[in-house]
Design a protein around this ligand. Sequence first.
Ligand SMILES: NC(=O)c1ccc[n+]([C@@H]2O[C@H](COP(=O)([O-])OP(=O)(O)OC[C@H]3O[C@@H](n4cnc5c(N)ncnc54)[C@H](O)[C@@H]3O)[C@@H](O)[C@H]2O)c1
Length: 335
Amino acid sequence: MKVLIAGGAGFIGSTVASACLDSGIVPVILDNLVTGRREFTTDRIFYEGDIADAALLDAVFADHPDIEAAIDCAALIVVPESVADPLRYYTENVAKGIQFLGHLRRNNCRRLLFSASASIYATGDDFTVDEGSPVDPLSPYARTKAVFETALRDIAAAGEMQVASLRYFNPIGADPTMRTGLQVRRPTHALGKMVEAMTTGEKFMVTGVDWPTRDGSGIRDYVHVWDLAQAHIKALRRFDELVATGDTPGYQVVNLGTGTGTTVRELLSAFEAVTGRPLPSVETGRRPGDNAGSYTRSERAAKLLGWRPQHSLEEGIRHTLQWFERRDRVLSAGD
Ligand SMILES: NC(=O)c1ccc[n+]([C@@H]2O[C@H](COP(=O)([O-])OP(=O)(O)OC[C@H]3O[C@@H](n4cnc5c(N)ncnc54)[C@H](O)[C@@H]3O)[C@@H](O)[C@H]2O)c1
């Protein structure tokens, strides 16, 4: 099997590409390298360019007429940036995404796995959500993801494409063999901030301690990126059956999380247990645009994909630390 991975030079896309290679699926990577890294495409079939570039997409399919499905991981993902420049986010994540769908369809590629986001969910009373839970995206970034999903459902309902939207929770870790990992030097999520605090000797900031969670800090569902990648392999292998099960014919939504909520304070304890050292922390106020968070209660991924995460929170932390130790050797150029 051969698949097109848009955004395949990014954190999640490159991990999915590695998982494809390990399972005998040939990935064809398309990425404009706006945040992705050329180093992640070494020894892989790679086209540098934009998902909206009609001529480039036609060339990709002319070279690889045997592509059976596409995975769309191409997007801008930084929440504060999306608040400052929503036009750019709607252009890249929505307008160009729609053009990309047209290019896929013109080239008769009608199967799509979409990198959707659990950040679109409204926080429920008990912090758990499933695929039918209400949606209330709080940032322009999250709204671009919700808007695009809505378009995908309409397009699938009309029989123009078949789509599975995979709603990721909070990916951590790296490819366990360390081919790829998070390319960003200073990630803004809690685990990234812990690694940074450990490295610089500064205190880790627990941002928000008055959420209505069990210990007041925000709650998340940290899922290992290698487990996420494996879910894509399973979804590719049973794609037609998967999309046939949706309420909308040809369209299905699947939460990809562990089903366990972890608060920031619990993540900090796990981090300290993995490193064997205390990490000094300080409590501060909520960050603008944050919410209490959520974790999945859905069994749909287990039922429809036969997928359950295999890696623990501690393994996710360990692989994150290993990756950051190695990052500067893999990513030689620039920052
Ligand atoms: N990282 C998370 O926490 C998370 C959570 C839920 C969902 N997602 C979704 O997963 C997907 C991948 O996220 P990631 O964390 O790997 O981010 P990333 O920034 O590492 O990867 C995105 C990739 O897309 C490429 N890209 C962006 N716009 C493009 C365009 N117009 N044409 C071609 N390439 C383009 C970038 O160069 C990059 O390689 C995104 O759709 C994101 O919304 C991410």
